[in-house]
Ligand binder design. Structure first.
Ligand code: NDP
Length: 248
């Protein structure tokens, strides 16, 4: 029996990187999967074809997660396509390395908006759908930088720290409604997302107990587990696929 058979999922930022790997892993486990993207449409279209080649329904919706109207439309279209939404993976993100002295108010606001306003809008719409059904799973992509921070990543790290406690608050609020909320906190994953140079990435990899950077596929077992019945006693927890960099 596939672990997500009969479930439907929406993965934001699902067309590339970690989100794409999650979408394919979910389809492999029997779920229908929609992804939300903002710029890279060809990747979204090819992903839908890959999901459908696995015998599942796939959809891709252009949706700016910071837009209330886009998010409402995305949830509505996902439910229309699959008949319901069981699993939300809030994974969309952006990254800039910036000295604090160079950061504009717009840079700061955009970073906070994509990670926090986006997570809030998606979670609110999903909760409105899931609460009457008394069933659902929400998984937030956090980051170990939300624990430890990093120079030139202050806005990103602050946004991810906020996301961790947002996730935990929702976990407490929604558990009585039958909705399990948890998070995944990846270490450095070589998706092109992080602007570190190749030489810096090599230095970082050498510093890790496991001596290599993560791949998107290294992340997926955590997301499959947290959306499965095996995670029935997990509430407000963060899993840390990070090669051993931090051990919170
Ligand atoms: P990618 O750049 O591959 O993925 C980022 C995704 O977010 C893309 O699908 C992008 O869509 C989407 N996105 C960005 N802004 C918006 C928006 N406003 N509305 C909708 N979608 C948006 O990077 P990763 O896969 O590496 O990152 C995925 C998540 O993992 C992020 O939340 C990131 O913070 C987190 N993470 C990544 C780590 C890493 O080292 N890579 C480490 C820890 C956490 P499009 O392609 O259309 O632009």
């Amino acid at each position: 029996m596939k672990r997500l058979a009969g479930r439907s999922a929406l993965v934001t930022g699902g067309n590339t990187g970690i989100g794409r790997a999650i979408a394919l892993a979910y389809a492999d486990e029997g779920a229908d999967v929609a992804v939300a993207w903002i710029e890279r449409e060809p990747e979204a279209r090819s992903l839908v074809a890959e999901i459908e080649a696995r015998g599942r329904k796939g959809r891709a919706f252009r949706c700016d997660v910071t837009s209330e109207a886009d998010v409402a439309a995305c949830l509505r279209d996902t439910v229309a396509a699959f008949g319901k939404l069981d699993i939300l993976v809030s994974n969309a993100g952006i990254q800039h390395a910036q000295a604090i002295t160079e950061m504009s108010v717009e840079d700061w606001d955009r970073m906070i908006a994509v990670h926090l306003r986006g997570a809030f809008l998606m979670a609110r719409e999903a909760a409105r759908h899931m609460i009457p059904k008394r069933r659902g799973w929400m998984i937030f992509t956090c980051s170990q930088l939300g624990y430890i921070g990093r120079e030139h990543y202050s806005a990103y790290s602050a946004a991810k720290a906020g996301l961790i406690v947002f996730m935990r608050s929702l976990a407490k609020e929604l558990a009585p409604h039958g909705i399990l909320v948890n998070g995944v906190s990846p270490g450095l994953v070589d998706t092109g997302f992080d602007p570190l140079s190749d030489s810096m990435k090599q230095v970082h990899a050498a510093s890790l107990p496991l001596k290599r950077l993560g791949t998107p596929e290294d992340m997926t077992s955590a997301y499959v587990f947290l959306a499965s019945d095996e995670a029935r006693y997990y509430c407000g927890q963060l899993l840390h696929p990070n090669g051993g960099e931090i051990m919170p």
